[in-house]
Design a protein around this ligand. Structure first.
Ligand SMILES: Nc1nc2c(c(=O)[nH]1)N[C@H]1C(S)=C(S)[C@@H](COP(=O)(O)OP(=O)(O)OC[C@H]3O[C@@H](n4cnc5c(=O)[nH]c(N)nc54)[C@H](O)[C@@H]3O)O[C@H]1N2
Ligand SMILES: Nc1nc2c(c(=O)[nH]1)N[C@H]1C(S)=C(S)[C@@H](COP(=O)(O)OP(=O)(O)OC[C@H]3O[C@@H](n4cnc5c(=O)[nH]c(N)nc54)[C@H](O)[C@@H]3O)O[C@H]1N2
Ligand SMILES: [Mo]
Length: 672
């Protein structure tokens, strides 16, 4: 591994997972041959590629013959390269003809994406490069813990503070990120919408509204103003648990700053009101003139390796490449033209990720599923139910590097190549398209996802249009994206090699790319940003007598997502060996719990068991569990799949639970 200190995004810095990622390339857990299961309940056994692919294609064909094309589902991932994400979307619509494709990004940045679209007419994580962050006067991080989830970015926070800028962190836990802040607002889970409105209320009352900006560059202010006025300080204090003076202090810091940024991450977004919550924070930026100007704006901290590009090129249920809408007749005509098919052959939008998983094997749901780049047995909400639905399928086909918990349920497992073994582009949170070049040959027996898609398409009767050369796929993606919001038509492998990546939109070969968006106009039809004008509402499930505590979930530094990759790395397992339940000493005392006690955490979905970790850094009405592990400590046994009506994001960050010592619970059960 070689570092590049001059690379502008991370200046050569990697986190521990990045530094140890090469261990997964040669891990003993690595799959090296296709596997098939002869019958449900039987064992997986090694098979040839021909046998495995024939079996997969025949199963897809059988499902579509018996129940129609939508009976085959496709589930992708935000870790896939742009080329794979594009090809997977095309594979679903052309080779399978199904409407039912979605991906794990729906669990990730979908609420920020919806709010971005509504407010600005365009969804790109950041409207400015990361290097602009230290240049702003006031940065607010809402539900983001980059010190653990994006460590190379922490230097930007440090530089901001060194320059005299202010950092405000909103998180129910005093995280490592909150430790860096000037002001930490430890709000109640699910109260970020009310908090933003409370801040806007103060901004209005204290005279920090930028009337000129509001008049010249926005629409809908009256509605937003009325919503904020209805969220007076005492009400917001009651809803958020943040003391009034601290709220006012935050409003003053942000309001009087000359420039300011708000960045949200999953803590604010993974709620059944995630879209509205982000909208309220955008409203705060718009009201204070902190958008569409240098060193100011709203942004979303992206999740997975290709969290941005993965949401642009068609693996989303309602989307065509170039971030086009599947419902837009002009977009359908354009993309169908590139694909050489009649636009009427393109399906309509299908089900969102959780809805797709929830209906597997049911009347009207998918009967066969192709899964590429996700491990929903661990990472989907209400995971026990999702596991049952996966069992109900006629055929589950999984392409993966390792036998992850979901692949272990499959009828056909296809071993695929990893990052260092194949070339492809990814797009980072800045909208910067980067080329990742192949450094190694895949091990004997392993194939690339693009090759797998070509072979499956061929067996399903589509013999052309699925090349396995990534550059050839990218060249087609360029054409398919031309004229769309995420326009890549001026980006080529050659251009990326010659630069440090090209920012979309980049509509032609001579266009320099767009590092900073919205400086002249927003991407809405009239060029104005739109206020969301939203009001607070409770979570789908609030604590009550039977389930008196909030559970929130998230990440730790040394593990990644469902852990499929990082749980194979010894150094990371030493640093973060297993699940735990974080709780406040006061809560622990009340429940008679001491450090390390095995706790049973119960929600309306089920019970998870993990040891107690007692810490003063969390609110005493809230417990926290990381979601990286399967088995009895799986956090997603508990989570609530209530969906945001716009983004279809599940409520990962909040459900009501009861906590007790596991032994006590066992004894009670034995007694009854
Ligand atoms: N180490 C590590 N890094 C990762 C990942 C990983 O798995 N491990 N995954 C990557 C991916 S895909 C993603 S999406 C990002 C996620 O990056 P983040 O969003 O930063 O990570 P999370 O831990 O999910 O959530 C952030 C914080 O939200 C807080 N929170 C919980 N509920 C609420 C709430 O209601 N309101 C507020 N304001 N805060 C709340 C939690 O306490 C937590 O500290 O990380 C990426 N980086
Ligand atoms: N409770 C709770 N649940 C959550 C979250 C939360 O905060 N709380 N966060 C949600 C979020 S933001 C996300 S992004 C999801 C992530 O959760 P998942 O979607 O499960 O993501 P990963 O664990 O990264 O799974 C990726 C799988 O694909 C494989 N893989 C990696 N690269 C490739 C590739 O190039 N090709 C193929 N074929 N396979 C590959 C890996 O080995 C792994 O098995 O979890 C969501 N679930
Ligand atoms: Mo994510």
């Amino acid at each position: 591994m070689r570092e590049r200190p001059d690379f502008p995004v991370n200046r050569g810095a990697l986190c521990g997972k990045g530094r140890t990622a090469a261990a997964v390339l040669t891990s003993a857990a690595r799959l090296s041959t296709p596997l098939v299961r002869d019958r449900r309940g039987g064992e997986l056994r090694p098979a040839t590629w021909d046998e495995a692919l024939d079996r997969a294609a025949a199963g897809f064909d059988a499902a579509r013959t018996a129940y129609g094309p939508d009976a085959v589902g496709v589930f992708g991932g935000g870790g896939l390269t742009n080329e794979k994400a594009y090809q997977l979307g095309k594979f679903a619509r052309i080779a399978l003809g199904t409407a039912n494709i979605d991906y794990n990004g729906r669990f990730c940045m979908a609420s920020a994406a919806s709010a971005h679209q509504l407010a600005f007419g365009l969804d790109r994580g950041l409207p400015f490069p990361l290097q602009d962050i230290p240049g702003t006067d006031c940065l607010v991080l809402v539900g983001a813990n980059p010190a653990e989830t994006m460590p190379p970015a922490v230097r930007y926070l440090r530089e901001l503070r060194e320059r005299g800028g202010t950092l405000i962190v909103v998180d129910p836990r005093r995280t490592r990120t909150a430790e860096l802040a000037d002001l930490h607002l430890a709000n109640r889970p699910g109260s970020d919408l009310a908090l933003a409105l409370g801040l806007l209320h103060h901004v209005i009352a204290d005279g920090y509204v930028d009337d000129e900006f509001v008049a010249a560059r926005t629409t809908g202010w009256n509605g937003a103003r009325a919503a904020a006025m209805a969220h007076w300080p005492e009400r917001v204090e009651r809803l958020t648990g943040v003391p009034g003076p601290r709220l006012r202090e935050a409003a003053r810091l942000f309001g009087r700053a000359r420039t300011g940024m708000v960045l949200t991450a999953r803590g604010a977004e993974q709620h059944s009101k995630g879209t509205d919550t982000v909208g309220a924070w955008i409203d705060l930026c718009l009201a204070t003139g902190k958008a569409g100007r240098p060193y100011s704006g709203y942004g979303c901290l992206t999740g997975q390796g290709n969290g941005q590009g993965g949401r642009e090129h068609g693996q989303k249920a309602d989307q065509l490449p170039g971030y086009r809408s599947l419902e837009d007749p002009a977009a359908r005509a354009h993309v169908a033209g590139v694909w050489g098919v009649d636009p009427d052959r393109l399906p309509r939008p299908g089900r969102s990720a959780y809805e797709l998983l929830d209906t597997l094997g049911r009347e009207g749901g998918a009967r066969a599923l192709l899964l590429m780049g996700s491990n929903p047995v661990v990472s989907a909400p209400r995971a026990e139910h999702v596991t049952e639905r996966l069992h109900a399928l006629d055929l589950l086909v999984v392409s993966d590097l390792v036998l992850c918990e979901t692949a272990a349920l499959a009828d056909v497992v296809l071993p695929s190549a990893q990052w260092a073994e194949e070339t492809g582009t990814t797009t980072n949170l800045e909208g910067r398209v980067i080329l990742r070049q192949r450094a190694l040959r895949p091990p004997e027996g392993v194939r690339t996802d693009l090759w797998i898609l070509r072979e499956l398409a061929d067996r399903l009767g589509t013999h052309e249009g699925f090349p396995d050369d990534p550059e050839e796929v990218f060249e087609e993606l360029r054409r398919a994206s031309a004229g769309g919001p995420a326009d890549y038509s001026g980006i080529s492998y050659r251009r990326i090699r010659e630069t440090d990546g090209v920012f979309w939109p980049c509509p032609d070969d001579d266009h320099p790319g767009t590092p900073r968006l919205f400086l002249e106009r927003f991407a809405t039809p009239d060029g104005r940003a739109r206020f969301a004008a939203v009001t607070h509402r409770p979570a789908d499930e609030e604590p009550d007598a039977a389930f008196p505590l909030y559970l929130t979930t998230g990440r730790v530094l040394a593990q990644y997502q469902s852990g499929a990759q990082t749980r194979r790395v010894a150094a990371l397992n030493r640093a973060a060996p297993g699940p735990f339940v974080e709780l406040h000493p006061r809560l622990a005392r009340g429940l008679g719990i001491t450090e390390g006690d095995l706790l049973a955490v119960t929600s309306r979905r089920g019970t998870a068991v993990a040891p107690a970790r007692i810490t003063e850094t969390i609110r005493y009405d809230t417990v926290f569990m990381p979601f990286h592990w399967p088995g009895e400590g799986r956090a997603n046994t508990l989570t609530n799949p209530a969906l945001d009506p716009t983004s279809k994001m599940p409520e990962f960050k909040l459900c009501a639970v009861r906590v007790e010592r596991a032994q006590a619970q066992g004894a009670e059960r034995a007694a009854s």
